[in-house]
Design a protein around this ligand. Structure first.
Ligand SMILES: Nc1ncnc2c1ncn2[C@@H]1O[C@H](COP(=O)(O)OP(=O)(O)OP(=O)(O)O)[C@@H](O)[C@H]1O
Ligand SMILES: [Mg+2]
Length: 394
């Protein structure tokens, strides 16, 4: 089974650097590795110091850097044209017919979230093909990486509930649209393309929540605001069923420098907090290097700090993200949810699904048949885990 290692964190903390260093270390360790970026503001190729012209000729496909190591910066525009011409054409046409100029329309037709979908497609493809042992992913800043993991539920919902309806509506609307001389309705090929896309993405959600395959590594700095965002990311990833198996505290300043004295005090304080919060997730410290980390040599140095002689792809925490336990006639759902108070959690049921809502984020937990027959009796937080007890209705 291949490994997927996602890197997430606040803007500028060192995600690309950590992803690149991890991928290089994996390749050196002997794993066939690809490092993939789906941040629209790509910088992976810069991190490896690759000639931009040469790289651009590759049009978003994997590019070999060293033995065992490919890098890929997803090019949404290219992907859309390559695989989903019909979906793309429809959106571009809609925009042009609404008065947006052709060139602008093509740019805008890259819908928000498309890069997430394309990244998921590639992950699915790479896991199924077995061409790589490790897929390292350089995610965009936190909020967008969370959209990425929730995208699978959105797509499933759309295909399950809306797709058929939209297609039927279109069949009814087309003759009327012709009468009204309004041409901007999608062709059947548009729906075929979406269906095809769905098939290629199917199954990726089980890959993401499988702790034997996918883990998240959170990159952070030892500063108050960055730490807060890292905690939130940890919680949301767990809510979506993903396992976090590492926290990288990047850019720690050297001791003994007069100018940075107060910074060192601040960083030491937050580092302590981080180690306490994320326990038992291992925390790795990376110093601020003497210069920016660009090119293979520097990345290799970061890799050494991160992993030493260890296998960089090794899964560093044990256990799954949620589980059901049978207790007599009752079942308990255990879901790790660090940093959440019970008051903030809202539970609701719909058929065989339990919906957990925290603020604007939702997570649904599909209930096994034996549990779905029961009702949720109560919920409580225990040592950073949400426990929901299911029992027969009295
Ligand atoms: N430990 C370090 N020592 C020195 N420079 C570093 C270190 N980590 C990262 N950098 C430098 O900091 C800059 C930002 O790092 P990087 O691009 O990895 O951050 P990022 O989290 O991917 O940013 P973005 O959110 O914009 O994608 C780069 O120039 C990188 O070389
Ligand atoms: Mg980056």
């Amino acid at each position: 089974m291949p490994r997927i290692i996602l890197h997430s964190g606040k803007g500028g903390v060192g995600k690309t650097t950590t992803s690149a260093a991890t991928a290089l270390a994996c390749a050196k360790y002997g794993h066939r590795t690809i490092v993939l970026s789906f941040d629209l503001a790509h910088s992976l190729s810069d991190s490896f110091d690759i000639d931009r012209d040469l790289f651009d000729q590759n049009k978003g496909l994997p590019f070999n850097v060293t033995p065992n190591l490919d890098i890929q910066e997803i090019d949404v525009q290219e992907e859309l044209e390559r695989h989903w011409g019909d979906v793309y054409k429809y959106f571009a046409m809609l925009l042009t017919s609404s008065g947006v100029k052709d060139v602008v329309a093509e740019e805008v037709a890259v819908m928000p979230g498309m890069e997430d979908v394309i990244c998921l497609l590639y992950l699915n493809q790479y896991v199924k093909e077995g061409k790589y042992d490790v897929v390292v992913v350089d995610c965009p800043p936190t909020s967008e990486s969370i959209r990425f993991v929730s995208m699978t539920s959105t797509i499933e919902w759309y295909m399950g509930k809306r797709f058929g309806m939209d297609r039927n509506l279109l069949k009814l609307a087309r003759p009327l649209a012709k009468l009204a001389d309004y041409g901007a309705l999608p062709e059947d090929s548009y729906f075929e393309a979406i269906k095809n896309l769905f098939h290629r993405i199917e199954g990726v959600e089980t890959i993401l929540v499988n702790p034997e395959i996918t883990t998240v590594r959170l990159v952070t700095n030892a500063e108050k605001m960055v730490v807060r965002e890292t905690q939130r990311a940890f919680m949301y990833f767990s809510m979506y069923g993903l396992t976090t198996d590492g926290v990288v505290v990047n850019r720690l300043l050297p001791q003994g420098d007069e100018y940075f004295k107060q910074w060192v005090v601040t960083q030491t304080k937050h580092l302590g907090e981080i180690e306490e919060y994320f326990n038992p997730v291992p925390v790795t410290k990376v110093p601020l290097f003497r210069d920016q980390v660009i090119g293979l040599k520097r990345l290799e140095e970061v890799g050494e700090v991160l992993f030493g002689k260890k296998d960089p792809a090794e899964i560093r925490v044990k256990g799954s993200t949620f589980q059901f336990e049978k207790k007599g006639a009752k079942y308990v759902l255990r879901l790790p949810m660090p940093f959440v108070n019970k008051e903030a959690i809202d539970l609701s049921r719909q058929h065989d699904d339990l919906f957990i809502r925290i603020g604007s984020f939702k997570r649904h937990v599909p209930l096994p048949r034996a549990v779905a027959r029961l009702s949720a009796e109560g919920a409580e937080m225990k040592n950073g885990e949400l426990h929901v007890t299911f029992a027969k209705e009295k």
